[in-house]
Design a protein around this ligand. Structure first.
Ligand code: BGC
Ligand code: CA
Length: 343
C-alpha cells in the first residue's frame, strides 16, 4: 500500500513538470516580431541589396523564443501608393515599420497611421527633415551622411588628378567635368553634388563645369544622358562625377558603345560600392567609389527594431540629433578594392 502511494506521487510530479514545461515553452514561442519593410521602389540595386542585408539580420536574430516575420512591400515610386501599402501592412498586423520614403518631405500620413496604432517607424536611406522626425518619439532614421560621401568622392578625384597629370587631357590647367545626378530633392543628390565640388576646389583643383544631368540613380538613364554629353563635348570631358555607382556604370556603357579608347576616356567616380562597381574599379573602368555601408545600416535597423519591440534600453546607440543613426562612408579605389570584394 505504501509503495503504491509513492508511485502515484512520482507520476503526479512528472506530469506537473511536463505540464509546466509545456506552458512555459508555449508562451515563449508565441513571441513574434512582425516587421513591415516598405521600399520606395523595388527597382533600385542599392535598396534591394540593403533589403537583403536586413533580411539576413532578422533571420540571425530568430531563436526558439522569437519568431521574426519580415514582409517587404514596394512603394512603386509613388507616395500615395506607398501610404496605401503602409495602411495595408498595419491592418494586417505589424509591430515595427521600416520605411524608405518615396518623397522624403512627405512622411506625415505614414507617421499619423503609425502613431495611431503605436507602431515605431524606422526611416532609412531617404532622410526626412528634423521637424518631421521630431513629431513623435517613436520615429528614427538610419542612414549615412550625404556630405561625407561627396567629400570622400572629392578626395578620391583630387588625389588622382594630382598624381596623374594626364587627367587634364588638354593641359589647360583646368578639369572639365560633368555631374550625373540622382533624383531631384534627394539629400544624396543635392548634398553629394555640392560637397564633391567644394572638396575639389578646397584641394586646389581648378574646375570647369561642362554640364549637370539628372539620371534618377539609374544606369540606363545615365547611359542615355552620357551618350548625349559625349555627342556634345567629345573627348573634352575629363572627369565624370556620379552621385551613385549605377549611373557611373551607365557612363562606362556609353563610352564602351561609342568605342572610346582608354586615352580618350575621362576619370569616372561613383558612390555605393555595389558588386558591379567594385569589379569596375578593379578593372579600371571606373577609378573609385565610396562605400555606402548597407551591412552596417541594416544591422542598426534590425537591432533597433528588436530593441524597440522588446522595450530594451537604447543607451548603446550613438544617436545624433536624438533620433538619427549615421554609418560612416569609406573610400574605395584600386589600392583597397579587394578588401571590399571579399565582404
Ligand atoms: C544610393 C543610391 C540609391 C538611393 C536611393 C542612395 O543613398 O547611393 O544608389 O539609388 O540612395 O534612395
Ligand atoms: Ca583640362
Amino acid at each position: 500500500m505504501r509503495h503504491y502511494n509513492k508511485n502515484i506521487w512520482i507520476v503526479l510530479l512528472v506530469m506537473m513538470a511536463l505540464l509546466s514545461g509545456c506552458t512555459k515553452q508555449e508562451t515563449e514561442t508565441h513571441k513574434t516580431l512582425r516587421v513591415g519593410v516598405v521600399l520606395y521602389t523595388q527597382d533600385d540595386p542599392f535598396i534591394n541589396a540593403l533589403a537583403d542585408c536586413l533580411k539576413a539580420n532578422f533571420e540571425e536574430k530568430e531563436s526558439d523564443d522569437l519568431k521574426i516575420i519580415m514582409t517587404v512591400r514596394d512603394g512603386k515610386n509613388d507616395q500615395s501608393e506607398q501610404n496605401d501599402v503602409v495602411q495595408e501592412i498595419i491592418d494586417a498586423g505589424c509591430d515595427v515599420l521600416c520605411v524608405g520614403l518615396v518623397d522624403r518631405t512627405e512622411p506625415s500620413d505614414i507617421i499619423e497611421m503609425a502613431q495611431t496604432e503605436d507602431i515605431p517607424v524606422l526611416f532609412f536611406n531617404r532622410e526626412p527633415v528634423r521637424e518631421d522626425i521630431m513629431q513623435w518619439d517613436q520615429l528614427y532614421y538610419v542612414g549615412a551622411e550625404a556630405e561625407q560621401s561627396g567629400s570622400i568622392q572629392g578626395e578620391l578625384a583630387a588625389d588622382l588628378i594630382q598624381d596623374n597629370k594626364g587627367i587634364d587631357r588638354n593641359r589647360d590647367g583646368k578639369i572639365q567635368y560633368v555631374i550625373l545626378e540622382g533624383e531631384a530633392g534627394h539629400q544624396d543628390t543635392i548634398i553629394r553634388t555640392d560637397s564633391v565640388v567644394e572638396t575639389l576646389m578646397d584641394k586646389g583643383i581648378q574646375l570647369e563645369k561642362l554640364s549637370y544631368q539628372f539620371a534618377d540613380w539609374k544606369r540606363s538613364q545615365a547611359e542615355n544622358k552620357m551618350t548625349q554629353l559625349i555627342d556634345q563635348y567629345g573627348d573634352e570631358i575629363e572627369l565624370v562625377l556620379s552621385n551613385n555607382d549605377e549611373m557611373a556604370l551607365g557612363a562606362v556603357n556609353a563610352y564602351d558603345k561609342l568605342d572610346y579608347t582608354e586615352e580618350k576616356r575621362p576619370a569616372i567616380f561613383g558612390i555605393d560600392g555595389l558588386e558591379d562597381a567594385l569589379d569596375a574599379v578593379q578593372q579600371g573602368t571606373i577609378q573609385g567609389t565610396v562605400y555606402n555601408d548597407k551591412e552596417g545600416q541594416a544591422a542598426q535597423i534590425a537591432n533597433l527594431a528588436l530593441d524597440l519591440f522588446q522595450n530594451n534600453s537604447l543607451a548603446q546607440y550613438n544617436f545624433q540629433d536624438e533620433r538619427y543613426i549615421f554609418l560612416p562612408y569609406q573610400k574605395v579605389d584600386a589600392s583597397n578594392v579587394e578588401d571590399y570584394q571579399k565582404q
